[in-house]
Design a protein around this ligand. Structure first.
Ligand code: GAR
Length: 210
């Protein structure tokens, strides 16, 4: 089976969606390890409950970003993954780390990229009064939240929308699209080809599929 390592920092609801897909034989591979930079992340419990190797790697114990990323590379490579998945992993990665896994690392981001890169995406979308928001699965490159998009889901913003209600709506879509993108990658259908993502050999537009 194709091997997946998932990096998390928190609740791990996206991790749970990936675990659920795996249990329904819909992931196209096996999650062989979950690594969290936050030792108390709830997602580590989700991993253990599913019988998956759960590793806490507290970034605070490393004196630099380079040292932490070096340790993270070692932990990941021990598991010989075909794909590294960032599922709410809230650390900026060094160029060395990104280069090591280039073309085999996917992230989920809570916006319709390229809109709202960075943090507090839901609050910023609400403050701007935009009509819709969403989430994106993209390949990780050295440009933060700037790698080629594979797949997006869009949600309408309601007149009475709050940050919490919007976050919940978007997360429900994250849980749908992330396992699909992972499956496509593991099946060899979704690839990073130069500056674009490609699906079944056809380059995708910069906003991916929606
Ligand atoms: C997710 O909503 C994900 O889109 C976001 O963190 C959340 C993690 O939730 N990621 C980012 O903001 C990346 N910059 P989860 O731990 O319940 O999956």
């Amino acid at each position: 089976a194709r091997r997946v390592v998932v990096l998390i920092s928190g609740s791990g609801s996206n991790l749970q969606a990936l675990i659920d897909a795996q249990e329904h034989d819909e992931l196209g591979g096996e999650i062989v390890a979950v690594v969290s930079n936050q030792p108390d992340a709830y997602g580590l419990k989700r991993a253990r409950d599913a019988g998956i190797d759960a590793v806490a790697l507290p970034h605070r114990e490393y004196e630099s970003r380079e040292a932490f990323d070096g340790a993270l590379i070692k932990v990941i490579e021990r598991h010989e993954p075909d794909l590294v998945v960032l599922a709410g992993f809230m650390r900026i990665l060094t160029p060395r780390f990104v280069q090591r896994f280039l073309g085999r690392m996917l992230n989920i981001h809570p916006s319709l990229l390229p809109a709202y890169q960075g943090l507090h995406t839901h609050a910023r979308a609400l403050a701007d009064g935009v009509a819709s928001h969403g989430c994106s699965v993209h390949f990780v490159t050295e440009e933060l939240d700037g790698g080629p998009v594979a797949l997006q889901a869009e949600v309408a913003i309601a007149p009475d929308e709050t940050e919490d209600s919007l976050k919940a709506k978007v997360q429900a879509r994250e849980h749908l699209i992330f396992p699909i993108a992972v499956r496509w990658f593991l099946e060899g259908r979704l690839k990073l080809a130069g500056d674009a993502a490609s699906m079944d050999g056809t380059p995708l537009p910069s906003s991916g599929m929606r």
